[in-house]
Design a protein around this ligand. Structure first.
Ligand code: APR
Length: 254
């Protein structure tokens, strides 16, 4: 039995105990759905410079650049479907073995896989909707991209406010309610499974630390290194789309 199998068996054994189990995901769980991650070779930050929130609010050029970047990935996002890893997490939820999913992802694929909205904590918001930065009005991402295709490079609200996908940019305030819920879940978790994240961006990346401090069984499934690799009970260097279904299969096999 190789290291991966041993790791999977230990996660299965832990999940079998029941308790409050939390799954924490990053962009790596969605790469097998055709959505690039941020820090792998050729990832989004290899292709684009992030537009910080204050730039977005201060400069029309920055807003135009921001929407240009969003447009580049819009079609990838629109045609993306949950992959085997998302579906495996949803099965664990249906089996009553996962309490909730904390995600840094903005693609809505955990909800699309069947996990109820209220059980998916989106720490970095969602690219599925647009918010006016002045009046807060919510509108659809489709509507905004239609306006961009028709020649408006940085759409604005009827109130004159700047429209922005409802995601959290660097320098933008985090959604308080979601952060509080994520911290509470992390602090009361019996096991905390990280899937597909470099765990470099805080406060999201603090969640595994809260779980570990509270005595949770911390496990990581990730293709590259994270700062928690030496702090977790199980570390699997594997693809989410291969490892997560194996966890489900072994749980079902009893
Ligand atoms: N299976 C397992 N791991 C994978 C897979 C896969 N199929 N594909 C990629 N990975 C791993 C990569 O090796 C990398 O370690 O997933 C991780 C993705 O890390 P990042 O690209 O840094 O994404 P993430 O951790 O979600 O970034 C956090 O940074 O820029 C911000 O707001 C953005 O939410 C994002 C945050």
């Amino acid at each position: 039995m190789d290291m991966m199998d041993k790791g999977i068996d230990r996660i299965v054994e832990q999940l079998r105990k029941g308790g409050r189990n939390v799954v924490f995901t990053g962009a790596g769980i969605s790469t097998e759905s055709g959505i690039p991650d941020f820090r792998s070779q050729g990832g989004i930050w290899d292709q684009y410079r992030p537009v910080y929130f204050d730039e977005f609010m201060k400069s029309r050029e920055a807003r135009i650049e921001y929407w240009r970047q969003k447009t580049a990935f819009y079609h990838d996002l629109q045609k993306a479907r949950p992959n085997k890893a998302h579906l495996a997490v949803a099965t664990l939820y249906e089996m009553g073995l996962v309490e909730a999913v904390i995600t840094q992802n903005i693609d809505g694929l955990h909800q699309a896989s069947g996990i109820p909205d209220e059980k998916v904590i989106e720490l970095h918001g969602s690219n599925r909707r647009v918010r006016c930065m002045s009046c807060g009005r919510i509108s659809s991402i489709e509507e905004a991209h239609k306006r961009i295709e028709e020649g408006d490079p940085a759409p604005e609200c009827e109130c004159g406010g700047y429209l922005k996908p409802d995601t959290i940019s660097f320098g933008q305030a985090m959604p308080e309610r979601e952060v509080e819920k994520a911290i509470a879940l992390s602090r009361t978790a019996d096991s905390f499974l990280v899937v597909g994240s470099t765990l470099l961006v805080h406060p999201a990346a603090s969640m595994p630390g809260y779980a570990r401090e509270a005595g949770a069984f911390l496990a990581i499934v990730n293709l590259s290194e994270t700062p928690f690799d030496t702090l977790c009970k199980v570390l699997i260097r594997g693809k989410a789309g291969e490892v997560l279904p194996k966890i489900v299969d072994r749980l079902k096999a009893g």
